[in-house]
Design a protein around this ligand. Structure first.
Ligand code: NG1
Ligand code: ZN
Length: 537
């Protein structure tokens, strides 16, 4: 039965701060790190319930605030197959986090256990990790208090690790022994080894690439790459920048994927060393997101190769491999985007015969939609994403009897890609290795990659409003249904701009409404965004 005594003392030790309401949103809980201790202790409680509910399968907890400033922190739960927590449980997370007192918490729990039909006799397994944020250590303590109070059997602490590595761990821990041998050892070392091996196989016979600059956002990506980069340095020399994880204030400060995407320029530290035509990429604070960029060899202008460009590159290359393997009638590829995908990228994909679906913002929506294809490519424009191969697809590839050496090679390449690309969640490191493989196979530099299509000029602005929840959307967030009448007024403005497109949605991670606009010219995109923003505020 519910260990009331242990739970009470854990809860008393980590009282909920008054006057704060926590919400489990798109990225789990996220706010100032020093207000999150009670929430973490309660996440510990919920993780145990979730594990028991799922018959003792391993559940993950990742403590990170990704690209946000060092002072923020956050936490999210990872389900057994390495995916985000099932949406139906987000509500319970919010419920537990907001119980004002210990007795209220116990009351909520007493109600939840029968409601969720939790069998208390089941075991519970939890693995957790954190990024490099200073508040992480205290939050781990609080989490452990919750886990221990619930009698969790030996929770596993991965220490400082990347978000995707934690997801990999969770997925691997829940595989049966035979499947696990194929998948890789569920440990950080196992993951690094798996990536290095797959990358080495895929790069066999290719000329070593020119050096790649990687901006680690002064975050945990630096720690992970310090282990991986030496294993592949013969094939891909990597120049690691922004690797300062000892100075907390440096995290995501004037560097990282978000800086590059938002400011449309290289971080100062990269700018200093970057040569024209050389490719660079920037990770975010927990290494689950990546964007590429380069300086145009002719005029030195900054060119961004964002998540959309990565998606089109990957979908094109994998599509070609499927054809070469003789499997294009069997394996269907699809691309999943959000409304933030540049209109040119969508058009380009459709033009190349690739089915494209648009879903609401947030990795979980993209992931689920991508699972419906044999091979599902999904990326957010900001660089979160991955390529999923369904179980059936992997079986088909393994059983495929090639009719020519060409078919054989293509099939093997596809199987190696399954290992290289994180199947649980997007991984900045695994993603950039995939990009490097594709560029090497195509003998492309960033310029050739960039030539597929030209991004429409676009602008993303934040608007502070009184109540962002008053904004309700439909059609994958592309249209407002509330406030009433507002969409019609947005449409009227959009119609004045050539190739104009704009939409308004409430952020799931910040207290604001976002306005996105694109148009045929820079001036047009800016003007459209400004006009729609004025309408909204
Ligand atoms: P919100 O705040 O809901 O717009 C942001 C990003 C998402 C996703 C989440 C999770 C944009 C416009 N939005 O969501 O794509 O990455 O954070 O981190 O980039
Ligand atoms: Zn992130």
């Amino acid at each position: 039965q519910l260990p009331v005594h242990a739970l009470s003392s854990a809860s008393d030790k980590y009282p909920k701060p008054q006057g704060v309401a926590f919400t489990y949103g798109t990225a789990g809980f996220r706010t100032k790190g020093d207000t999150l201790e009670s929430t973490l202790s309660r996440i510990g409680i919920l993780a145990v319930l979730r594990s028991k509910k799922l018959n003792g399968q391993t559940i993950g907890v990742m403590i990170t605030a990704s690209h946000n400033p060092a002072i923020d922190n956050g936490a999210k739960l990872v389900d057994p197959r390495g995916e985000m927590l099932d949406a139906s449980w987000e509500h319970y997370a919010t419920l537990l986090a907001n119980a004002e007192t210990t007795s209220e918490l116990l009351k909520v729990l007493t109600g939840l256990i029968p409601e969720l039909k939790i069998d208390w006799t089941k075991p519970s397994r939890v693995v957790f990790g954190r990024d490099t944020r200073p508040s992480g250590e205290a939050l781990v303590k609080a989490l452990k208090a919750g886990l221990e109070a619930m009698g969790c059997d030996a929770p596993m602490d991965m220490g400082i690790t990347t978000t995707p590595c934690l997801h990999y761990m969770v997925k691997g821990s829940n595989l049966k022994q035979e499947a696990q041998i194929k998948y890789g050892v569920p440990s950080e070392q196992g993951y690094v080894q798996k990536l290095a091996t797959a990358f080495t196989k895929l790069m066999k016979g290719k000329t070593p690439a020119s050096p790649l600059i990687v901006d680690c956002a002064n975050g945990v990506g630096a720690v992970a790459l310090a282990k991986l980069a030496p294993l592949i340095s013969d094939i891909l020399p990597i120049r690691l920048l922004c690797t300062n994880t000892s100075d907390a204030s440096a995290l995501n400060h004037s560097c990282g994927a978000d800086y590059v995407k938002t400011n449309q320029k290289p971080p100062p530290a990269v700018q200093e060393v970057m040569e024209k035509g050389q490719r660079a990429c920037s990770l975010d604070g927990d290494a689950d997101r990546v964007v590429y960029y380069y300086l145009n060899p002719d005029d030195g202008k900054f060119r961004l190769l964002d998540g959309d460009k990565i998606a089109t590159l990957a979908a094109g290359f994998i599509g070609d491999l499927v054809k070469q393997a003789g499997l294009s009638d069997t394996l269907k590829i699809g691309v999943v985007q959000t409304a933030y995908a540049n209109g040119s990228s969508t058009q380009y994909l459709q033009h190349n015969g690739l089915p494209v679906r648009c879903v609401p913002t947030g990795v979980k929506h993209l992931h689920h939609a991508a699972e419906r294809y044999n091979i599902g490519v999904y990326f957010e424009a900001n660089g979160h994403g991955t390529v999923l191969f369904s179980e059936e697809t992997i079986d088909i590839l393994n059983a495929h009897e090639p009719r020519s050496p060409g078919q054989e090679t293509a099939t093997q390449h596809l199987l190696c890609l399954v290992d290289l690309i994180n199947q649980a969640v997007g991984d900045a490191i695994s993603d950039f290795l995939m990009v490097e493989v594709i560029l090497a196979h195509k003998r492309w530099g960033p310029v050739e990659w960039d030539q597929g299509y030209e991004d429409l000029p676009n602008r993303l602005v934040k608007v502070n409003v009184k109540n962002r929840f008053a904004f309700k959307t439909q059609d994958a967030e592309r249209r407002l249904v509330e406030p009433k009448g507002l969409q019609e007024r947005v449409d009227a403005i959009v119609n004045k701009f050539e190739k104009g497109r704009s939409f308004v949605r409430p952020s799931g991670t910040e207290d604001c409404v976002r306005v996105y606009a694109e148009a045929s010219t820079r001036v047009g995109a800016d003007e459209l965004a400004a006009q729609v923003a004025t309408l909204v505020s």
